[in-house]
Design a protein around this ligand. Structure first.
Ligand code: FPP
Length: 231
């Protein structure tokens, strides 16, 4: 995946997105929330198709948080079914487009058939060169607590050791975090990894997000001067 950090190569290597606003997108059109999520998946699909053109090594998407279980059973069921459909229909495209799937979060606790599908998809995409990391049943505080426990078990509790035990340990440092739909908060997503990331909050609702918007965000990122605490 290359060792150089993004500030040495002048472009972002790793972007993460909080895909927010599916519900509002649907509500504005008098449609059920499930349609908003369906259109959200369409936006994901287009973005993954454009991945090779972005120059990114990794795109991380917040698809289902550990807190999303609090939604109605119907909505949780819809999201899980969309996940099943998405993996099934898009796996061949991932393979053809050199995408390596990665899952972060406590995904092994999902329904057994989903875990099985994901294991198969991870296996079949393991040679891909660009990473699509999907956060499923993910909570950043939980991830940090798990990593800290592993670090403690080997008697080495320090920044490097905790980072090495995060779910994202094998991914490049996070350069840019984008949240759609106008909300300005992190919602328990990549808290540790965001320490020096640039942030972009945009009003667009997730189903309306396009590869062109990502491309603009990346151009904008390339103009920013990052100091990492120095001057
Ligand atoms: C936020 O919209 C979005 C989610 C809770 C889940 C994001 C999921 C998808 C884009 C679809 C599933 C993804 C994959 C990869 C298959 P919201 O419902 O919170 O919107 P609202 O704040 O407007 O109600």
């Amino acid at each position: 995946m290359g060792e150089k950090p993004s500030h040495e190569i002048g472009r972002a290597r790793h972007v993460a997105i909080i895909m927010d606003g599916n519900g509002r997108w649907a509500k504005r059109r008098g449609l059920p929330r499930s349609i908003g999520h369906q259109r959200g998946v369409e936006a994901v699909r287009e973005l993954v198709r454009s991945l090779a053109n972005t120059g990114l090594d990794c795109l991380t998407l917040y698809a289902f948080s550990s807190e999303n279980w609090k939604r109605s059973d119907d909505e949780v069921g819809d999201l899980m079914n969309l996940m099943r459909k998405f993996i099934k229909s898009d796996l061949p495209e991932f393979i053809a487009n050199d995408v390596r799937l990665k899952i972060i979060g406590d995904w092994q606790a999902l329904a057994p058939d989903i875990v099985e599908m994901l294991e198969d998809a991870l296996d079949k995409t393991s040679n891909g060169s660009r990473v699509l990391a999907v956060a499923l049943n993910y909570g950043s505080q939980q991830e940090i607590a798990r990593a800290a426990a592993k670090a403690a078990a080997i008697g080495e509790v320090n920044e490097r050791s905790i980072a090495a035990h995060l779910d994202t340990a094998d991914l490049p440092p996070l350069d840019l975090l984008i949240r759609t739909s106008g909300e300005i908060r992190l919602s328990n997503f990549l808290l540790w990894q965001s320490a020096y990331a640039e942030m972009l909050f945009i009003d667009t609702l997730w189903p309306d997000f396009t590869p062109q918007m990502l491309s603009h965000a990346l151009d904008d990122f390339a103009q920013r001067e990052r100091r990492f605490g120095g001057r």
